[in-house]
Design a protein around this ligand. Structure first.
Ligand code: HEC
Length: 112
């Protein structure tokens, strides 16, 4: 009888731990957020702030004119397939459609 009671509390303890753990995960930053992805995959060429580097000829994504010159569809295509004749690489095999979508949302949020 004693054994069963202690087992019951152990199972309860593990359950509570898992619950708290999963809540803590949800409270943290979204792991696939566009901002995090941008920092990991794009910032080395486009700058952490998205302003680009003139030496690399990367555009300033905070510039309203640059934003206006790009359509969402074009941005998606560029991320997927890269830009021929430039250093912009293709990410189709490394990013899901969802991740690419969140990157587009993030790029749009940079506009001043
Ligand atoms: C190895 C460097 C490099 C990396 C990494 C890189 N880019 Fe680029 N990207 C470039 C360059 C260079 C250009 C400018 C191409 C040109 O001359 O039109 C560019 C252009 C762009 C453009 C504008 C395309 C256009 O039609 O004007 C977008 C949007 C873009 N990149 C998004 C991204 C995103 C999102 C990532 C991360 C997933 C990324 N890039 C990663 C180098 C890079």
């Amino acid at each position: 009888m004693r054994f069963q009671v202690s087992t019951f509390f152990k199972v309860l303890g593990v359950g509570a731990f898992l619950l708290i753990f999963s809540l803590a995960l949800q409270a943290g930053p979204a792991p696939d957020g566009g901002g995090d992805l941008f920092k990991q995959k794009c910032s080395m060429c486009h700058g952490v702030d998205g302003k680009g580097y003139s030496a690399l000829k990367t555009p300033d994504f905070t510039d309203a004119k640059v934003q206006a010159s790009l359509m969402d569809k074009e941005i998606k295509e560029t991320i997927k397939n890269g830009k021929k004749g430039t250093a912009m690489p293709a990410f189709a095999d490394r990013l899901s459609d969802e991740q690419i979508h969140s990157l587009v949302t993030y790029l749009r949020s940079l506009k001043r």
